[in-house]
Design a protein around this ligand. Structure first.
Ligand code: SAM
Length: 352
């Protein structure tokens, strides 16, 4: 049995949060919350959950270990009180968690923007129910339009056409603009990036090209596999000229570019070549209720024990605030070949 063990640490008693704007040690506000609702996924993307590690003997979390919808909703309310403006449900694959629209409905009244990242495989089935429950938008991962390449990358023999059906169902349900994430790996799917841009140009959907990252410890990351965003922009621009545009808000992950001819926009996410740690405003709540202040973290802060021991909202708020206020992370600014080998927590566990 192979298991990638997340390393978790507890925290000493937290000082009480005195109110006011919440900022970490580098002055960064807590604005976005990513909630992983499951560590399971029906894909085995080679760069994220390689089948050799996440095989039939891999021990995923038992149901008793993962936060219930009620627990998630309670914590999410506290995060919103602390200033969170946007909540993203992720995983694993969030749509493999049964009854997800019920959680969406519970979160929809909190007043934060509510979004979901999915591989799209189950989206055609659930898009209308998610929209009815109050989801605002959806991001769908799609790494190639070439069916053979896509099937190889998801390693679940899943066809492109079904993901496109999901994207269309999401748009029809009003979950737009749909964002489409493509992780670009050199020699694997970088030959498809211009076609991907062309497929969604003029549709109102926004493709975001993501640099392959050294998340977790199982994906065999090498710098040679990374296609820098500058090259992505250059290659698309050679076909349809692009011009940069301002972010929608400070700390937006994707750098925005628009087609000079009015064909819409794309985004590039350059975690490797242009670290954006200095404006990172994201907190992550793992499937089993630990807080992570960085995607590349080696350890988390257990919140579930406090929650299940009957802590008051105030105590939970103080704990969350103290974790954020003590945050020093800037992994992408200090990444080296050595740090890439560190035992980091897997993205499927912490939430992408
Ligand atoms: N299952 C959902 C999905 O496929 O979108 C949500 C979870 S997934 C971990 C979230 C996003 O992280 C996906 O767009 C995925 O492609 C991206 N991702 C996973 N591993 C990555 C890596 N090593 N580098 C860059 N992006 C990665």
């Amino acid at each position: 049995m192979k298991k990638v063990i997340p390393i978790l640490s507890g925290r000493a008693a937290a000082p009480r949060f005195a109110g006011g704007p919440l900022a970490d040690t580098r002055g960064r506000p807590m604005r976005d919350l990513r909630i992983s609702v499951t560590d399971r996924c029906n894909f085995r993307c080679v760069y994220c959950m390689p089948r050799e590690v996440f095989d039939s003997s891999y021990r995923f979390l038992p149901h008793s270990a993962i936060l219930s919808f009620e627990e998630i909703a309670r914590l999410a309310g506290i995060f919103v009180d602390l200033g969170v403006k946007k909540i993203r449900l992720t995983g694993g694959e969030p749509l493999v968690r049964r009854d997800l629209p019920r959680l969406v409905q519970m979160l929809s009244s909190l007043g934060a923007e509510l979004t979901l990242t999915t591989n799209g495989s189950l989206l055609a089935k659930h898009a209308a129910a998610l929209a009815d429950a109050g989801l605002d938008r959806v991001t769908v991962s799609l790494d190639s339009l070439d069916d053979a390449t896509f099937r190889t990358m998801n390693d679940a023999d899943f066809p492109v056409a079904k993901v496109i059906e999901g994207i269309e169902a999401a748009a029809a349900a009003g979950l737009s603009p749909v964002k489409i994430n493509m992780v670009v790996k050199r020699g694997v799917n970088d030959g498809d990036l211009v076609a991907m841009a062309g497929r969604w140009r003029g549709t109102g959907h926004i493709v975001r090209f993501i640099e392959f990252m050294d998340v977790g410890a199982t994906n065999g990351w090498r710098m040679d596999d990374v296609v820098p965003s500058a090259e992505v922009v250059r290659r698309i621009s050679a076909r349809w000229p692009l011009e940069p545009i301002d972010p929608n808000y400070p700390g937006e992950v994707a750098e925005r570019w628009r087609y000079a001819d009015g064909g819409g926009e794309i985004g590039v996410i350059s975690s490797v070549t242009q670290a954006f740690c200095s404006s990172c405003n994201r907190m992550r709540l793992s499937t089993e209720g630990s807080l992570f202040t960085c995607l590349f973290a080696q350890s988390g802060h257990d919140l579930k024990t406090l929650l299940r021991a009957g802590a008051s909202d105030e105590a939970l708020r103080d704990e969350i605030a103290a974790v954020w206020q003590g945050r020093t992370d800037r992994y992408s600014e200090i990444r080296t070949l050595e740090t890439a080998k560190r035992p980091k927590v897997e993205m499927s566990y912490i939430g992408g």
